[in-house]
Ligand binder design. Sequence first.
Ligand code: FE2
Length: 276
Amino acid sequence: MLTPTQRQQYDRDGFLVLPAFRGVAALAELRARAEALVQAFEPDAASGVFSTRNPAVTADAALIASADAVHCFFEEEAFDAAGRLVVPKDRAINKIGHALHDRDPVFERFSHGADLAALARDLGLAEPQVRQTILIFKQPAIGGDARWHQDATFFVTEPVSVTTFWFALEDAALDNGCLWVEPGGHRGPLRERFVREGDALRIEVLDRTPWPGEGAAVPLPCAAGTLVVFHGLLPHYSAPNRSARRRMAYTLHATDARAPYAPTNWLQREGVRGFA
Ligand code: FE2
């Protein structure tokens, strides 16, 4: 699947951009399915507003319950000060998570296949286990940002093994919140770990290495169908979407079964499987 040059790039930079990994029809089918899931979603009081800025704001219980489910989370800015929705439901959802790959047949098809299995193997995942998937809408005008973080914060294994597969389902550009990464930053330490204690979740600081300064980050604008794969230690972020264009993406996070998965990880579920 990968050429020796691509392998070297991945080792050096911590990420790889693979244009046109999936075709137009598959993308359209996934977008339509995501929209249908939102249509069918009935909001209730337990719905979490997702924010990476202040995890305390997140409804811990809703997050934990979503580990094995298909759950819609709202954009923070979808509500006014009184807590009323200020945009239509189909423009108000931040993301759907976290078991689309197992719980929805359309997402399950998209999330498996010989291409992904071969790619995972080439990236060093000898026994990949797809732990989590997220459909991210990045809604027009109110699409929230994701601050600098490392995905290994949320999937602690020893050694680090989590690898992210980030599909652009729509064009991602500077003005609608494309990914930004720190090339080579995966050689740095893991800064934080997201820990679950009973029903409570918290961030634990492991290392005070500052996040990359301006100038150290590069944007990864890309066309729909592009797959960006990156190392669990690679610092990355995405800006808010203030444009009129949505920026839908789908992420899969896989760990390697050979690297023990921490019992303190927030996401615990039975029956995790690979890409085949
Ligand atoms: Fe991330």
